[in-house]
Design a protein around this ligand. Structure first.
Ligand code: OKS
Ligand code: ZN
Length: 343
């Protein structure tokens, strides 16, 4: 399998995330991608190539121009106001009974453009996020060119990022950009299957009113788990997109057996949609040892996931999302891809 990778991911290294009432070391850190790369090399998964730069015109296919301008300039504004000692994090949101009018001061702006306080903007965020997006779009291009499958080995992840908001460690929606790239390269219908432990609220929001992208996700029930405010089973799409969003929320403690049964249902929906290509938001935070998650999949459960996806017989772009058990992330993520190639 062709692998796309950029060392620029390491430019995103937050100093802290607000979690459990404390500023804690970030879990979404450079070692994650390095461990996946190391494992891919160990098992000879495939050739590794750098991304090409798709530029701003590709990003505005999915993201709002004012959001991109914010992301590009946020660190400089923060540094000018606060010095460079701390990461840029929000503290107030335009929630119920407030108005979502974008402020001019960086404190207000970051709150307007963020959906949580766990996603630090750092000196390298803009560089790293663009590299991750370019990795995803390069992988999609390979698939558009006729490659059976490609793996976008990037971070920061993307599936929580919306057209105009960062959050859940995500800035640019890499999977959405990959799907859009496939459409722009001639696909008529693309399915996005999100197997990360968390609901891909950003991807769903981006495509909810469209029928040219089927969004399917299995994830921890938002009644119990981040991102809490999207990902329920009754969200089925809006307007022209009605019927093209499918959510399978699962309870804490979900085992491989129940998880695979849910995957089977989503795969059947994808088969009936008959897309031209598949994008997989590949998170392995479903692993039982994940430090922030509560599903019970074991390392041996990951290859069968890839094998089932291979049976869809679709040109497939895998885009790396979550997974925070750093010691096992390589074996688990590459395990899915090995299962795909063997299946
Ligand atoms: C805050 C928890 C934030 C969870 C972010 C989830 C990131 C992720 N302590 N998304 O797929 O893995
Ligand atoms: Zn996740």
């Amino acid at each position: 399998m062709q692998i796309v990778y950029s060392a620029d991911h390491a430019r995103q290294h937050g100093r802290g995330e607000l979690t459990d009432g404390r500023l804690m070391p970030v879990v979404e850190k450079p070692a994650r991608a390095e461990m996946v790369l190391k494992r891919a090399q160990e098992v000879g998964l495939g050739d590794i190539m750098p991304p090409r730069d798709f530029g701003r015109e590709a990003l505005v296919r999915i993201h709002r121009p004012d959001y991109l301008a914010f992301l590009e300039g946020a660190w400089a504004e923060w540094e000018a106001e606060r010095g460079g000692e701390t990461d840029c994090l929000p503290l107030i949101w335009p929630v119920r009974n407030l108005r979502a009018v974008c402020p001019t001061h960086i404190d207000g702006k970051v709150s307007y453009y963020a959906l949580d306080a766990g996603t630090p903007i750092t000196p390298g965020t803009w560089t790293a996020a663009r590299a991750s997006a370019n990795v995803a779009m390069t992988a999609a291009d390979l698939v558009a060119d006729g490659t059976r499958a490609a793996f976008a080995l990037g971070r920061p992840p993307g599936h929580h990022a919306t057209a105009d908001q960062l959050g859940g460690y995500c800035f640019l929606n890499n999977a959405a950009l990959a799907a859009q790239r496939l459409l722009d390269r001639g696909a008529e219908r693309v399915a996005v299957l999100d197997v990360d432990y968390h609901h891909g609220n950003g991807t769903q929001a981006i495509f909810e009113d469209r029928a040219d992208v089927l969004f399917c996700s299995l994830h921890a029930d938002p009644k119990q788990e981040f991102p809490y405010f999207l990902g329920h089973a009754d969200e089925t799409g809006t307007g022209a997109g009605e019927g093209y969003t499918v959510n399978a929320p699962l309870p804490w403690g979900t085992t491989a057996e129940a998880w695979m049964a849910a995957l089977e249902r989503l795969c059947q929906r994808i088969e009936s949609y008959a897309p031209d290509a598949l994008v997989v938001s590949l998170g392995v935070d479903t692993y039982k040892g994940d430090p922030i998650s509560r599903f019970a999949l074991d390392t041996s459960d990951f290859p069968p996931i890839g094998a089932r996806l291979a049976k869809l017989a679709l040109p497939t772009t895998f885009v790396m999302e979550g997974g925070y058990a750093v010691e096992e992330i390589g074996v688990n993520a590459v395990g899915v891809l090995q299962g795909f190639e063997g299946g």
